[in-house]
Ligand binder design. Structure first.
Ligand SMILES: [Zn+2]
Length: 141
C-alpha cells in the first residue's frame, strides 16, 4: 500500500490564467509559471509528510517501491520521494537546502521547466513540516 494524493482537492490543479499544472498547497503559493495567486490551499504538505513517513516505515526508504502517478500531484509527490531519499543516501551530513537545490537541478523537467522552483519550494516546506512534527512525539530519521 502507498499513500497517494489523488482524490485530494486540487490534485490536478491548473492555473486559470496560463493553464500550467501546479500544486496550490498554501495560500501564498503563486502559479510557478505566470505568478498569479489563486489563494487556494490543498492538504498536500501534510499528505506528503504522511506518505514519506509511511514509505520509510514500510520500506526503510522514502521511495515507494511501486507508484502509480494517477494525477499531477502524485507526479510531484514521486519527485519529493526521490529528493528526500537522495538526501538520506548521499546528503545527510550536508546542509539540506544546498543539497536538494543541486539534486533538483539535475532533474529533467522537459517542457515544464517552471516546476523546478515549485518542487524546491515544496520540498523545503515539507522538510519544515517534518521538523515541526519531529519536535512532537515521533522521530523521522
Ligand atoms: Zn499561471
Amino acid at each position: 500500500m502507498t499513500i497517494h494524493s489523488y482524490g485530494e482537492r486540487y490534485s490536478n490543479f491548473q492555473c486559470p490564467n496560463c493553464g500550467a499544472y501546479y500544486v496550490p498547497y498554501a495560500k501564498h503559493i503563486n502559479c510557478p509559471k505566470c505568478g498569479k495567486n489563486e489563494s487556494r490551499e490543498s492538504e498536500f504538505i501534510g499528505l506528503a509528510v504522511t506518505s514519506l513517513r509511511h514509505n520509510m516505515k514500510k520500506w526503510k526508504s522514502y521511495m515507494a517501491k511501486a507508484w502509480f502517478k494517477g494525477c499531477f500531484s502524485d507526479h510531484m509527490l514521486y519527485l519529493v520521494f526521490f529528493v528526500f531519499e537522495a538526501f538520506v543516501q548521499k546528503g545527510e551530513k550536508t546542509e539540506f537546502e544546498n543539497f536538494v537545490s543541486e539534486e533538483i537541478a539535475s532533474i529533467d523537467f522537459e517542457d515544464q521547466e517552471y516546476l523546478r522552483k515549485h518542487l524546491l519550494e515544496m520540498v523545503l516546506d515539507i522538510r519544515k513540516e517534518m521538523s515541526e512534527r519531529k519536535r512532537g512525539w515521533f522521530r523521522w530519521f
